[in-house]
Write a protein that binds this ligand. Structure first.
Ligand code: ADP
Length: 752
């Protein structure tokens, strides 16, 4: 067998594709039996398969509209009725002898109720004897015993494939296990010696389409004795009660989709049988039986096989647990140690130091990071801090569960290709979203070689009318694929370890959060106390200040002639200083009010607001050459209009004030920053601000120049501007070149 090697580039096939194939309503059956649809309560025949003449010697038209009495004698009908009244699926089949023309033929009748009707299927049978429970018991008992004794999943599967092959005589019996990505792997096989082995081969997800999986989840056995069976249609075509195609999900004769026939044919299979393996309510795998020639399995043997499938299903969870037992025991013991450390630790930082590299062992990772209060505490090999930050953002947008894992991160998050050697596998625990407490575990890339049965590439063909058609693979040769960007998969018991870790540390994290909340509350209280202190103090200071100011003025007016020149100058300075002090106190008052005052927000047309401000600025300096330019279409913003006027008036005024150029130019424009926010800029050609001062100018009373330079000032303007912007949930920053000019940027929201 030639094997080809290929590096995977293509996306793994998505198995949720709708193949447009409604396999449960094919509108036809296979030809190895007859199907009759009966209407209750009288069991009138309302729909039949068109092969009744062949098996029953009666043309289909002659059966339609008749009562079942025309075929069966009354004690058989009573038998059917009894079955229908009880748990009939457990007493199937009923042996029926039917007079067909001159001869009496024996059938297994299989009855079920679905789609509002009773479906009676007749399969010819040779054995006259009634089903014998003791035989069933003798056949299954020793097998069940072996199954019980199997030590692990491997042994369990071996027993089942061998026993099913012994019972049925198929050329090949395989156990086919589904992986989380829906591809399947042959994990056990018993076969005729001359046939090539399929053991270890992978089958792409689309080999068992979703629709087929849905049917396998409810109907546990499916037989196709002969893929060359003729197509036997139903008469009338639709279920007369619903006028829709008859639902044949539970039918034993259900017709086979042409696509599946082609698939089996390409594989060299003529007869097949599949039995569902279900774990905890979900389809876990299939027992797939193949035969090169026609293969009919009588009903009683099918019941035995289905039963063994069920017994195996029950054992799967326990046997899976026994796999990798040594590793699981080590893992469990480290997990318990870690939990003990957590319970004995004071806080999370303490936990992190105390558990050290055990953090890796509890889930079998090679790197881990705990994000806590804006810092990453890392163990082993991890991506860099900025990479982790971006990764957490991505995880947050992708999922809304508190635990997330993937073993092919770079495929779904391309930035991870940069650090695939460290983190192709990711397991994330969200401990507290608001406080941004996360635990991340990483696993490196492991290139794996997967042996596919045939080229796993996409099997869909788009027809000229736009519909999709499934094209069964022709080749089942082994196709080797090297999987890149994959880590070893996270096992369920490792993920459980992470869960337990979370449960244990949540208590500690919550304690810390409530401590922080308390500190925050205290801080808020002291802030507001400070606010009211500033307010009261500045308010009370104004009164004596006014007194000093007034008395100095009186002194000058009433005693100006007595006091000498020097005295007069000192009095003048006193008046000026009190004036300045009043300005400072007023600014402080305004600032302290800002923190407390309610905002009256509305949508503001910035174009108008800036025009008004510009007008006032121009009028205040009629002699200067001032040009205030504005983009035509400034955005609408959402905020308190009066305060916004304060902001732009301060910024534009400063642009003119700290400007030695003959022609002073201030430009106002904007950039769309993100959805529903805009960044407005105020740019001047003034003196510029040295880099070292660019932070400090926002501090209260901070001026970079002597008190009278550039027309004086209190050094409060920018502090107020910043406070207003922040109260609006925005941001302010600047860029400046000393000697050339400054641009202030203000990010504001356009809507509520
Ligand atoms: P004030 O103008 O009352 O001094 P501000 O808080 O408005 O107070 O400004 C603080 C300091 O920042 C100013 O003293 C000035 O040195 C500097 N500054 C503010 N705006 C500009 C500007 N556009 N260009 C240069 N320097 C500026």
């Amino acid at each position: 067998m030639e094997s080809k090697e290929k590096i995977i580039i293509t996306q793994r096939v998505n198995s949720n594709i709708d193949y447009n194939e409604q396999i449960h309503i094919p509108n036809f059956i296979q030809d190895h039996g007859v199907l009759l649809v009966l209407q209750e309560p009288y069991l009138d025949i309302i729909q039949v398969s068109i092969n009744t003449e062949e098996w029953l010697n009666i043309p289909p038209e002659n059966l339609l509209g008749q009562n079942i009495k025309c075929l069966l004698d009354s004690h058989l009908i009573d038998n059917i009725r009894q079955n229908l009244a009880g748990y009939f699926e457990y007493i199937n089949p009923v042996k029926l002898s039917i007079q067909c023309g001159n001869e009496v033929r024996l059938f297994n009748s299989i009855i079920h109720r679905n789609d509002g009707v009773v479906i009676l299927e007749l399969e010819p049978c040779e054995d006259k004897s009634e089903p014998d429970f003791s035989q069933f018991y003798q056949l299954t008992f020793p097998i069940i015993n072996k199954i019980h004794k199997s030590a692990n999943l491997h042994e369990l599967c071996e027993i089942v494939v061998q026993e099913i092959r012994k019972i049925t005589g198929f050329d090949r019996v395989m156990i086919y296990k589904f992986h989380p990505d829906d591809s399947g792997e042959v994990i056990a096989e018993d076969k005729r010696e001359d046939q090539e082995a399929y053991l270890g081969l992978y089958y792409p997800a689309y080999d068992v389409p979703q629709v087929a999986r849905a049917v396998f989840s409810v109907k546990f056995i499916r037989t196709i004795p002969n893929i060359n069976s003729s197509i036997v249609e139903l008469l009338p075509k639709f279920n007369p009660l619903t006028n829709q195609p008859l639902d044949l999900t539970f039918s034993v004769l259900r017709g086979v989709s042409p696509c599946h026939i082609e698939y089996l044919d390409n594989m060299g299979v003529m007869g097949s049988m599949s039995i569902s393996l279900v774990k905890e309510g979900k389809l876990w795998g299939l027992i797939a039986c193949h035969h090169q020639s026609i293969k009919y399995i009588p009903y009683d043997k099918r019941v035995v096989c289905e039963f063994l499938g069920q017994i195996m299903s029950i054992h799967i969870p326990m046997r899976e647990q026994n796999d990798n037992l040594d590793y699981k025991v080590t893992l469990k013991s480290v997990q318990s140690e870690v939990i003990k450390i957590i319970y004995e630790s004071e806080d999370l930082l303490n936990v992190i130091t105390n558990i050290g590299s055990k953090l890796l062992t509890i889930v079998g990772a090679t790197g881990a990071a705990i994000s806590l209060e804006g810092e990453y505490h890392k163990v082993g090999k991890t991506p860099t801090d900025p990479e982790i930050t971006e990764l957490i953002n991505w995880v947050n947008n992708q999922i809304n569960t508190d635990i997330y894992s993937t073993d092919y991160l770079p495929k779904i998050y391309p930035s991870a290709k940069e650090f695939k050697e460290i983190a192709s596998g990711l397991l994330v625990l969200e401990i507290a979203k608001l406080q941004e407490v996360y635990v991340l575990w990483f696993r490196p890339e492991v290139s794996q070689t997967v042996n596919w049965a045939g080229n796993p590439e996409y099997p869909i063909q788009i027809e000229s009318d736009g519909t999709m058609k499934l094209c069964p693979r022709k080749s089942f040769e082994q196709w080797q694929e090297i999987l890149q960007f994959h880590s070893l998969p996270w096992q369920s018991y490792e993920i459980e370890g992470a869960q337990e870790f979370k449960t244990a540390i949540v208590g500690i994290v919550m304690r810390r959060i409530s401590e922080l909340a308390k500190i925050n509350l205290e801080l808020e209280q002291s802030n507001s106390e400070l606010d009211s202190f500033t307010y009261i103090a500045s308010h009370d200071l104004k009164e004596p200040l006014r007194g000093i100011h007034n008395y100095s003025t009186f002194l000058m007016e009433d005693y100006g002639e007595i006091i000498d020149q020097d005295g007069r100058e000192k009095l003048e300075t006193l008046v000026r200083l009190t004036q300045r002090m009043e300005d400072l106190i007023n600014a402080l008052l305004f600032f302290s009010r800002l923190g407390r005052q309610e905002l009256h927000k509305s949508t503001i047309n910035l174009n108008k607001l800036i025009e008004n401000v510009a007008e006032v600025v121009r009028m205040s300096k009629p002699d200067a050459s001032i040009e205030i330019r504005k983009m035509d279409d400034l955005p609408v913003i959402y905020g308190d209009k009066i305060l916004m006027e304060e902001v732009f008036s301060n910024l534009i005024n400063n642009g003119v004030k700290y400007n030695k150029k003959e022609d002073k130019i201030v430009e106002i424009g904007y950039e769309e920053t993100e959805e529903s926010a805009s960044t407005i800029y105020v740019k001047d050609n003034g003196i510029g601000i040295r880099e070292k001062h660019q932070e400090t100018i926002f501090k209260i009373f901070k001026r970079l120049h002597g008190k009278d330079k550039f027309g004086g000032g209190t050094g409060v303007g920018l502090t107020i501007v910043k406070k207003i912007i922040e109260r609006h949930g925005g941001k302010i920053w600047l860029e400046s070149k000393y000697g050339e000019g400054t641009t202030f940027y203000v990010k504001l929201w356009n809507q509520e």
